[in-house]
Design a protein around this ligand. Structure first.
Ligand code: ZN
Length: 165
């Protein structure tokens, strides 16, 4: 699948809830997983392939997972900083604070409710992907100083976007 890059308004638009998990949603999840593995990402959200649906796929090394309409229903108070890249922002790595511990609820592709706790890398990836569903990317979460440091990279990305589009 083609990826959507920073500067595209589809990345800054909140995604729509999925009302029915049908064959189309399952096919989309499969295609997203294939794209994620091909690009060596740890997670991918539907808006990143231009689809405004609340669907994410994740694999932090424990196998593929697809979550429909995922939500963080609980989180600890502690945050920790960590470096994050994003397939929609090539070559841009930023330090972001994320909750160390989260409890997630969503639906799997069989339309069953799944609820689980996550910490460390998985917790970070989930928070990153859920941001995408809410129209946020890493750049939106960092302070002015960090954004200044990557300003030229962002400009270059925007230029490439225009050329392509
Ligand atoms: Zn991302």
């Amino acid at each position: 699948m083609n990826l959507v890059y920073y500067g595209d308004e589809r990345l800054s638009t909140p995604a729509q809830p999925i009302t029915e998990i049908d064959e189309e949603v399952r096919r989309l999840a499969q295609a997203m997983l294939a794209t994620m593995y091909e690009r060596k990402g740890l997670g991918l959200a539907a808006p990143q392939v231009g689809v405004s649906k609340r669907l994410v796929v994740i694999d932090t090394g424990t196998g593929p997972m697809a979550l429909v309409n995922p939500e963080i229903v609980e989180h600890g108070s502690e945050e920790e900083p960590g470096e994050e890249g994003c397939l929609s922002l090539p070559e841009v790595y930023l330090i972001l604070n994320r909750y160390k511990w989260v409890k997630v609820r969503g639906l799997n592709l069989e339309n069953q409710v799944v609820e689980f706790e996550a910490q460390g890398l998985l917790a970070r990836v989930i928070q990153h992907e859920l941001d995408h569903l809410n129209g946020l990317v890493t750049v939106d979460r960092v302070d002015f100083t960090q954004r200044e440091l990557i300003r030229s990279k962002l400009k270059r990305l925007a230029r490439q976007m225009r050329k392509r589009g």
